[in-house]
Write a protein of this length. Structure first.
Length: 443
């Protein structure tokens, strides 16, 4: 019943996979795990290569060679950038001149700054009789580049990966936490984050989640011909819980941006999040309490969330940064102004997210800083406050989303999007029901 996937338009990929398998068997090279990994990393959708070997092999450039010519061995090696290693250091064993290395860095720099290459960046080096034929690497999710020597010096050839867009549906039951259940069902982190933000407008993750509550997510996913995937926008979420029943749909008004809506077109998000942090435990509530550091009772003007140091903290709503620096007992603090007399405050941060300074405009859910233990704080936590007209209010009492509805001009298109998403979810439900007896039989 968990972990179901529905793909559309991915036939192309299936065909490619078949083509690769055929090529392997034609050229008589057994697809070992090593080979398969190489093929997966190799930019060309279908090519047969060997790790350094003396055995004569046809390579993917073979068609360019006259048929009668002796086939020279082509070797292909994977070079992986280690943490702290530079691009030129990695390629040192290739015995290229300093000018050549500079040229290579220069060619790559518009796509991939050599000084910012991440550890793990992989280069496929192909040689024929010790002469470099190409050095290929991934430049982005959709593009790769091959550095090739020529009479005019080194050149960069750009090529696109074959991409297929799909909609993925996953359904899972909550056990310990929504976050953990989503991760077990193989829902990408970026999708779980979107789901948590959407649901947090309705659900208090401390009080409203019960074991067995069921969640269905539909999200965009781009699949590459080597099998890699990249998730995109969460498009629909269904929460079938004991406390809450929700069906929400993402709809892009094009002008005015995208947001989540109920079945009937009512806007499904409030302008401030109750919980500006994911996976955290509410460690102290709003109201009177005994202060652990000061040792006397006073009013706690916000909520405390406990989570590991460095956990990202999100802007509760769209707004402007009005404070982002040390502030006495609050330590590193961010304050945001949201309009209509509302401000939010985030204290004891370890540090600020890149670009967060007074005057910066932020979006709802954007990371503004990281959980820490600065200022007058006994243990690592986030202290979060919401103010309305300069008076602290309990974030858990924030009003439910307003009754803003999609204008009539958008309703027809919204209904179409909603119905398509509903039928996708239905297919998965039917598939899951059909799958169940088989599983029982297996046991
Ligand atoms: Zn606090």
């Amino acid at each position: 019943m968990d972990n179901l996937r529905v793909y559309f338009g991915s036939l192309q990929h299936a065909e490619l996979t078949i083509a690769c398998v055929l090529a392997v068997s034609l050229f008589g090279c057994t697809p070992t795990a090593e080979n398969t990994a190489l093929m997966a990393q190799t930019p060309a959708p279908c090519s047969v290569q060997h790790q350094t070997t003396d055995e004569p092999q046809l390579d993917d450039m073979a068609p360019q060679l006259p048929a009668a010519e002796t086939v020279r061995p082509l070797t292909s090696e994977q070079w992986v950038l280690k943490s702290g290693q530079t691009f030129s250091h990695l390629l040192q064993p290739l015995a290229l001149s300093e000018q050549e290395l500079l040229r290579l860095a220069e060619l790559l720099s518009p796509y991939l700054a050599p000084e910012k290459m991440p550890a793990g960046q992989t280069f496929t080096v192909k040689k024929q009789q010790q002469v470099i034929q190409s050095i290929c690497t991934e430049l982005s999710f959709s593009q790769y580049g091959c550095l090739q020597p020529s009479e005019q010096g080194w050149q960069l050839e750009l090529q696109d990966f074959t991409l297929t867009n799909a909609q993925t549906v996953k359904q899972f039951r909550i056990d310990e936490s929504l976050f953990r259940a989503a991760s077990k069902a193989d829902v990408p982190l970026a999708v779980s984050n979107q789901a948590l933000i959407v649901l947090s407008h309705f659900i208090d993750f401390q009080r409203d989640i019960r074991e067995g509550d069921e969640v269905t997510v539909v999200y965009e996913e781009t699949q590459r011909n080597d099998g890699s995937r990249q998730s995109g926008q969460l498009q629909a979420i269904t929460f079938a819980g004991k406390q809450h029943q929700l069906q929400l749909y993402y709809f892009d008004k094009l002008q005015g941006g995208g947001a989540f809506y109920h079945q009937d077109g009512r806007l499904a998000q409030s302008f401030l999040l109750k919980t500006p942090i994911e996976g955290a435990r509410l460690s102290s509530k709003f109201g009177k309490r005994h202060h652990p550091v000061l040792g006397y009772t006073r009013v706690h003007k916000g909520l405390d969330f406990s989570a590991p140091v460095g956990t990202p903290i999100m802007a509760a709503g769209a707004g402007k940064v009005v404070h982002a620096s040390k502030m006495g007992s609050f330590g590193n603090m961010v304050k945001l102004e949201h309009g209509n007399g509302y401000t939010t405050l985030y204290a004891h941060l370890k540090g600020f997210a890149k670009g967060i300074k007074v005057g910066t405009q932020v979006k709802q859910g954007q990371v503004i800083g990281y959980l820490g233990n600065t200022g007058l704080s006994q243990a690592r936590h986030l202290h979060y406050e919401i103010h309305r007209d300069n008076k602290a209010i309990n974030p858990l009492d924030m009003k439910r989303p307003s009754h803003i509805k999609l204008p009539d001009t958008h309703m027809a298109r919204f209904a179409k999007v909603r119905n398509e998403l509903n039928s996708l979810k239905k297919e998965v439900r039917i598939a899951a029901q059909q799958k169940l007896p088989e599983e029982l039989q297996a046991e």
